[in-house]
Structures are given as structure tokens and as C-alpha cells.
Design a protein around this ligand. Structure first.
Ligand SMILES: Nc1ncnc2c1ncn2[C@@H]1O[C@H](COP(=O)(O)OP(=O)(O)OP(=O)(O)O)[C@@H](O)[C@H]1O
Length: 303
């Protein structure tokens, strides 16, 4: 199936800085894609370009099959967008805001609206300007989800949500996405926020794409390996390029195998360290993996 969102060599330059540099990545149809990266990596800029809120300096984005610069009402009715700090009609109450949104979307689902309102327990008569940051986010989320978009674009959606609501929201999102085939792209600088959600990961750093891969294959091809070096080994031999982050302490050598295939690893180990079978081969979580990439200088800290 064709991806719903595709970045092709997108570059975005503000007066002095580059927010994106030749960024190419995609959001597979039906996926929940996490757009990760430290502060200033270019996540919000990428999402704004996708929604034609800003123009790229070069390259292009295809969203729902059209060039993002040609997005029209027909496509926008199929896309939900919620961003931390986004503008809302502050003079309206929650009730007025949702009543105002309803007729704008032919596919608005009143039952879904009701159940989200119940889940988020928002005071309907309170003005949007009088809501807390988290409550504003909830109001925007109800409005974006109730018309059952095909693509949901969330820019740091969890800021301001308390852990209980965040967890409920993630569970709700997983249910909706699973049941409806909704595609989601969610940006965050905090990997733990989206760890449970994402089945595809894009990692940006200084505007460049470091990773663009399904979570499962990404985690499957990485292993932390531990071996006990032979006692008579002199200097450490040159390690294969896909063994990154080597650390030795005494006779123990640890490294991350970034192209893990059990037989290939066994062959390389027995060639380099005959008689030293691995003492441990451990899978990594997303967070550990990104910390390793950070240490390798492939991404900044702050993830
Ligand atoms: N309007 C602008 N004018 C000038 N520079 C900008 C503008 N918007 C963003 N930038 C710069 O572009 C870079 C990327 O910013 P962006 O907001 O896309 O990062 P981000 O990954 O969303 O960060 P965060 O996690 O902090 O929200 C930053 O260096 C930022 O300072």
C-alpha cells in the first residue's frame, strides 16, 4: 500500500539555520509512526511542511497522494492535526467549539465525540482561554479525532497531559487506529512517550534523517553482544563496521551489532576471537538503541 505521507529530499532553511536537510522518509499506511529527535531536530517544521503551513526551500512532500503545496479542503477533511500550543478560538466554550467544528466535517461521529468527551472529562461550559494547557490539548484532540480522519498528525500531543490521561489517550488511539486503519504520525522528543505506540520510527537529528524503519525490523537487527576475550589476546583487532559502541572492561568486550544475523555474528566472532563464544546476546529497547546511536555520534543527546 502506498504511504500516506512521503518526504522527498525536503530541505527547509530559515534565515540562519537549516531546519531540515534533504530529509526523505515516509509514514506507512495503517502505521503509527513516531517522529523522534532532540529539541530543534526539525520535527515540527517537517509536520508543518506536510500540512502546507510552511513551504520547503527544496524537495517536496506527498500527503494523501497530492503535493502538500496543493492541499485543499477535500484532503484537509481527511487529516487531523493537533500541535502543542496551536491556536484555538479562545473566546468559545468547549461546547461552542465542538458545535462549531461538527458541521465542518461530513464524517463527524457524534458517538465518538461523546465517548472522547467522557474519557477526557472536559467542562463543556468553560471558555477555551480558561482551560489548562492539557485541557486545551484534549479539546483539540476531540475535535481532530471525532471526524475520523484517515491520517492523524500529532505534534508533541502529550505535553501537558497528566500520565493517567496520557495512558488512556494512548490506549484509545491504539484502539481507534487498530479498528479503523487510521494512520498516525506523532512527534516527540521523549521516546518513552511513544515507545508503546509506534510501529514505525523516524529519527531526525539536526534536520537529517538518521532512521526510517519499522520498529520490529529495527529492533530485530540490533543486539548488544558481550564476549569474554581470550586471556592471551594482545591488542583488540579491527572490529566489523556494523559493531558499534565497543566498550571493554577487563576481559569483557561489549558492542552493539547493528546488522544482527546469528550465523554471521558467530562466524565473525570465531574468526576474530577463536574459542570465545558470546557470553550474552541481548535485544535492545528503543530507548537503549537511541542512546547507543547518540553515543556513536549519530544523534544528539536529549532523546
Ligand atoms: N520560524 C523560524 N525561524 C527561524 N528558525 C526556526 C523557525 N522555526 C524553527 N526554526 C529552527 O529550525 C530548527 C528546527 O525547529 P523545529 O521546531 O522544527 O524543531 P523540533 O524538532 O520540533 O523541536 P522541539 O522538540 O523543541 O519542538 C530549530 O533550530 C529552530 O530554531
Amino acid at each position: 500500500m502506498k504511504p500516506l505521507l512521503e518526504f522527498h529530499q525536503v530541505t527547509c532553511r530559515f534565515s540562519r539555520s537549516w531546519a531540515l536537510r534533504h530529509a526523505s522518509f515516509h509514514v506507512p499506511a495503517g502505521s503509527i509512526t513516531a517522529l523522534l529527535g532532540p529539541n530543534g531536530a526539525g520535527k515540527s517544521t517537517a509536520l508543518k511542511i506536510a500540512l502546507n503551513l510552511i513551504r520547503p526551500s527544496s524537495g517536496h512532500v506527498e500527503i494523501l497522494g497530492v503535493d502538500s503545496r496543493k492541499l485543499g479542503p477535500a484532503q484537509l477533511a481527511r487529516i487531523g492535526y493537533v500541535a502543542d500550543g496551536m491556536e484555538l478560538p479562545d473566546w468559545m466554550s468547549v461546547d461552542q467549539f465542538l458545535a462549531w467544528c461538527r458541521p465542518l466535517y461530513p464524517k463527524w461521529d457524534p458517538d465518538l465525540e461523546r465517548s472522547l468527551r467522557k474519557q477526557f472529562s472536559l467542562p463543556g461550559d468553560r471558555k477555551l482561554s480558561h482551560l489548562s494547557r492539557g485541557q486545551r490539548m484534549k479539546a483539540a484532540l476531540i475535535a481532530a479525532l471525532s471526524y475520523r480522519p484517515e491520517l492523524l498528525v500529532l505534534d508533541e500531543p502529550f505535553s501537558g497531559l497528566d500520565p493517567v490521561v496520557r495512558d488512556e489517550f494512548i490506549t484509545g488511539l491504539l484502539e481507534i487506529a487498530g479498528g479503523e486503519g487510521l494512520s498516525v504520525v506523532v512527534s516527540s522528543h521523549d521516546i518513552e512517550e511513544v515507545d508503546r505506540l509506534a510501529d514505525h520510527v523516524v529519527l531526525l537529528n539536526h534536520g537529517a534523517v538518521v532512521l526510517n524503519e519499522g520498529t520490529e525490523p529495527l529492533l530485530a537487527r540490533h543486539r548488544r553482544v558481550e564476549i569474554l576475550l581470550p586471556p592471551d589476546l594482545g591488542e583488540l583487532p579491527q572490529l566489523p563496521a556494523n559493531w558499534i559502541s565497543p566498550q571493554s572492561a577487563g576481559r569483557v568486550l561489549r558492542f552493539t551489532d547493528t546488522g544482527h544475523e546469528p550465523e554471521k555474528l558467530a562466524r565473525a566472532l570465531s574468526a576474530l576471537f577463536p574459542g570465545s563464544p558470546p557470553a550474552g546476546i541481548h535485544p535492545l529497547g528503543l530507548r537503549e538503541l537511541f542512546v547507543t546511536l547518540v553515543r556513536e555520534g549519530r544523534a544528539d543527546s536529549g532523546i
